[in-house]
Design a protein around this ligand. Sequence first.
Ligand SMILES: [Zn+2]
Length: 266
Amino acid sequence: MVLLFVTLFSMSALFGDRVNEDELARLRAENLSLQEKYDKLRATVTDVGNKFDELVQKELAIRSLFNLPEVSGEERQLGTGGPMSASMFSMSAVGRTAAVTEAELDRLVKLSQFETERYQEIEGALVGLKDKLAHTPSIWPTRGWAMRGFGMQNDPFTGYPEMHRGIDISNAIGTPVVATAIGRVIYAGYDPGGLGNLVAIDHGFGYVTRYGHMSKLLVKNGQAVTRGTVIGLMGSTGYSTGSHVHYEVYRNGRPLNPRDFMLNQQ
Ligand SMILES: [Zn+2]
């Protein structure tokens, strides 16, 4: 009876050992397979990380191209992984790979949020820039020949040098004169100062343009205009010796050389 008991006991112990060994082998295989899976996942995560680095480089290039403010190095530091924690050294190899992959994924999630915000910021800045360009004088106000330029010029009546605040463009009476950027007419009438029939346009962003000596005005005070809107017809009204447009560009009240704002070929 005792013998049977002992036999049964040892058999069960033997059986139990075999179960443990089987279980161990199964766990080892599973561990190996998990390690392989994590290695693959880690490679993918590294790949995504590299693509993010490219995205950041593109962001920097766009910023430099459009003179947008840079993002400080400290701000960019966010999300860069810290050193391995002490607890990780006690982990199994697969546990460490899992922890490292998890940390890297966490960094990528933070980085993607950070980069999305940076790109939204850039979009906003570029929309603003586009708006500013649309309001900046940038074309010839009419077709014709540039005669007197900006700066000290001999006055056609007195022959003495005088400050010329604009540029004179000559052509036949009736040649269309156009607004050179988006804006609003702030003056459309006869100028007692010598510019004859005059239109002045406020473009915002500190820009004002003026167009003088016209034979006919085709806009009214307060009217919104866009680049290319015909505002009047060329003439020789006011202090003028022949048919031409006297064109001025002001920024923050200062007269600038209109030539710098005539970027198209006529
Ligand atoms: Zn002039």
